[in-house]
Design a protein around this ligand. Structure first.
Ligand code: DGY
Length: 328
């Protein structure tokens, strides 16, 4: 007798090819209108679901998990960051959590590199001038930025994405410095000619550009605090393609306003989709709407990972991308 398909609730619109496969494999409840679920809608959804597929925009906190019915056994996150999910509550309820690592590394690193180039070279500012028709013509001293080649890049978090950023930055002639919980392998360190700093404070004071590439966890919340941001040199730039919460956004904004640092390239914000309005008035920042992983190829690969994680779990095996709290 054919088995009843598991109920899989997907909270946002996913690429068509992924949704089609979801429908074939599961009793999938899709969100074709792509309207984010309210907290009440999430609590309602988990009552009957066997599997929940949330994204970064859904807070799967203790109260949502407490509302879950007995069937909910898997939260298959569509995204690598799992700071939207209360992992401890999930564990205590025996709910497995999976994510989508690896498949958005290159895209996110590309975006970090794009910002590393865009901010010192004033690319967005120049583009704005063109659109307003205010270009006075070429001049030897107008719109001068700063050279990338030869500068020191300090990477905060040297996991998959941090290393992919380092590879790109090497190709642009930058010197790689990094801070991580532990040093990377000697072989990769040599390949990247990277310098490890056990002390983040020491590193921040010495680099020209900082790229944040660590996940947001309780330990990394406001890792770049007001105190640490003050260690940066006045000519330094801050790039963030990870999570807004890793930087004290208000402190960063104040420092940018007071020109205590030179600029910032931000793809992520503390209270998305809200952005500190003061940032919008600053020419020294480039702001992007959390689009580091936003390629169709990446989003399809993320969906494929979600499908494999769900199917493997339903087949009674440990899903390949099972998240364990100590990983973060
Ligand atoms: C991720 O996968 O963590 C991206 O930031 C989108 O959620």
């Amino acid at each position: 007798m054919p088995q009843k398909k598991p109920v899989v609730v997907v909270t946002r619109k996913l690429p068509d090819v992924i949704e089609t496969r979801m429908m074939e494999l599961f009793d999938a409840r899709l969100n074709l209108a792509d309207k984010p679920f309210s907290k009440n809608e999430l609590m309602e959804a988990v009552k009957d679901a066997d599997v929940l597929v949330p994204t970064v925009t859904d807070r799967i906190d203790a109260s949502v998990l407490a509302a879950a019915g007995p069937n909910l056994r898997l939260v298959a996150n569509y995204g690598v960051g799992v700071d939207n999910i209360d992992l401890a509550s999930a564990r205590s309820k025996g709910i497995t959590v999976t994510n989508t690592p690896g498949v958005l590394t290159e895209d996110t690193a590309d975006m970090a590199m794009a910002l590393i180039l865009a901010v010192p070279r004033r690319i967005a500012e120049g583009e704005r001038v063109m659109r307003t028709g205010d270009w006075p013509g070429w001049s030897p001293t107008w719109m001068l930025g700063h050279r990338i080649n030869g500068k020191r890049l300090g990477i905060v978090g040297m996991g998959r994405i941090g290393q992919a950023v380092a590879r790109r930055a090497r190709a642009f002639g930058m010197a790689i410095h990094y801070h991580s919980r532990r040093p990377i392998s000697e072989q990769v360190e040599q390949e990247l000619e990277a310098t490890y700093w056990e002390s983040l404070d020491q590193m921040l004071a010495r680099v020209d550009i900082v790229s944040v590439n660590c996940p947001h966890t309780p330990a990394t919340y406001h890792l770049l605090s007001a105190r640490r941001l003050k260690l940066l040199q006045p000519h330094a730039y801050v790039i963030n393609t990870s999570r807004g919460e890793v930087i004290d956004e208000n402190a960063l904004t104040r420092m940018l306003e007071n020109r205590q640092i030179a600029g910032a390239g931000l793809d992520v914000f503390e209270n998305e989709p809200a952005v500190n309005p003061k940032l919008l008035n600053l020419d020294s920042v480039v702001l992007l709407p959390h689009m580091g992983s936003a390629t169709i190829e990446g989003r399809i690969s993320m969906g494929e990972k979600v499908l494999v994680n769900i199917q493997t779990f339903i087949d009674g095996h440990t899903p390949p991308d099972r998240v364990i709290e100590t990983m973060f």
